[in-house]
Design a protein around this ligand. Structure first.
Ligand code: SAM
Length: 374
């Protein structure tokens, strides 16, 4: 059993713990901006392939008391790096956190890198080169309360970058946050789903991938663990093969995304094409005021402009009132969720929310507001 840590956005620790447990994580415990869990190599690969909420899955190599640069160097040198990194492989080191005496992450990372390559030089008279773009082995060191935790980053590029969305709207949601909002909404694949302000389509796309049981990692070119000396290509191929075989072809209920900006809808369609779900989502260039519900009941989920990120170039209060009116008059029988980063604007919706869940969108504190529409 290895010790793993999935990094997630602040506020999503509990829901990410549930997701990881569903995937088979053992002893999953929410922490600060992450979830600690354990499991075998198959679990590590499966979580990278299937988890929709984490950014990275770190594999813990060591944890030791560390106050200053000497402790850090000595602690890293005590480890035997050969199983993880041979001199023919490239490396990069990323550092997070601090102690009183080690408060520059760049210096911390450099100290760790030096300790590793000095060990290689002593043993092999050769050392790994640094590659900050696409290293074979990405090492992560985290300092907290005079302890250093050294891990290998099994994901490489952040997992929220699924690989289907080169095209971006004006203020796109991160794919991982979109997935979290869908989980929080309780949407089930047999329900209709509508985002009337869909931008580049992140919410309908993530819901579609869930509904079709498509693994979010299948679109990515590469995971960090593929560069490791212990990479088990057969195991990885088996997991990918199983994921392909378990996919569904069709959603049983309507999946709709609309936006008044026709150019953004072209982007959303191109994203849908990239993940081969074009036939499953109706993306329409349509003004909010003209939207009709695509079914008698379902989940409406959207993140309207807050003003903060898109600029206050119009009367957002009137826009939020319109959103409330459309939800109330045209979406009877539905449950609506609005991600709001502005309390005053949320009030303009003019409906009573039945639940408010705090969520961070980047650094912006938001609330996911729930409305029962009947
Ligand atoms: C914050 S963005 C949504 C981003 C989206 N969730 C994504 O991930 O790309 C809000 C969207 O609302 C759209 N919008 C603003 N006013 C609208 C209106 N009256 N009717 C339809 N869409 C509108 C904007 O064009 C913008 O794309």
């Amino acid at each position: 059993m290895e010790q793993y840590f999935a990094t997630v956005a602040r506020g999503l620790e509990e829901i990410a713990t549930q997701e990881l447990q569903t995937l088979g994580a053992v002893d999953a415990e929410p922490g600060f901006c992450g979830v600690a869990f354990s499991g075998d190599r198959e679990l590590l690969y499966r979580v990278n392939l299937w988890a929709r909420l984490p950014f990275r899955i770190l594999v813990q190599v060591a944890s030791f008391a560390c106050r200053d640069a000497d402790d850090l160097y000595a602690g890293v040198q005590r480890l035997d790096w050969e199983p993880y990194l041979t001199p023919d492989l490239t490396l990069a080191v990323a550092a997070t956190g601090k102690t009183r005496q080690l408060n520059h992450t760049h210096f911390t990372a450099l100290q760790v890198k030096n300790a590793i390559v000095d060990q290689q030089r002593d043993r092999f008279h050769q050392r790994s080169s640094v590659d900050t773009q696409q290293p074979d082995v990405q090492i992560n060191v985290h300092l907290y309360r005079d302890r250093a935790t050294v891990s290998l980053d099994s994901s490489g590029d952040s997992l929220h970058r699924r690989g289907y969305r080169p095209a971006m709207g004006k203020a796109p949601l991160k794919e991982s946050l979109a997935a979290a909002l869908i989980y929080l909404s309780g949407w089930q694949p047999d329900q209709a789903f509508c985002d009337p302000l869909c931008g580049s389509g992140t919410l309908p796309l993530e819901a579609t991938l869930m509904g079709l049981n498509r693994a979010p990692g299948l679109f990515r070119d590469r995971f960090g663990f593929e560069g490791w000396p212990d990479f088990d290509a057969k195991l990885w191929q088996r997991l990918c093969q199983q994921a392909y075989e378990g996919q569904k072809d069709m959603l049983p209920a309507p999946m709709v995304g609309c936006d008044r900006d026709a150019k953004i809808i072209i982007q959303a369609r191109s994203n849908a094409k990239n993940c081969d779900v074009s036939s499953q989502i109706a993306f329409r260039a349509q003004e909010l005021s003209t939207i009709e519900a695509p079914d008698d009941s379902g989940i409406l989920l959207c993140n309207p402009p807050y003003g903060e990120r898109l600029g206050r170039d119009e009367d957002l209060g009137a826009f939020y009132k319109l959103l409330g009116d459309v939800m109330k008059q045209r979406f009877k029988g539905w449950t609506a969720f609005v991600l709001s980063g502005n309390k005053a604007l949320a009030k303009s919706i003019g409906l009573k929310s039945s639940q408010r869940t705090p969520v961070l969108n980047g650094n912006l504190p938001c609330q996911l507001l729930k409305y029962e529409l009947y």
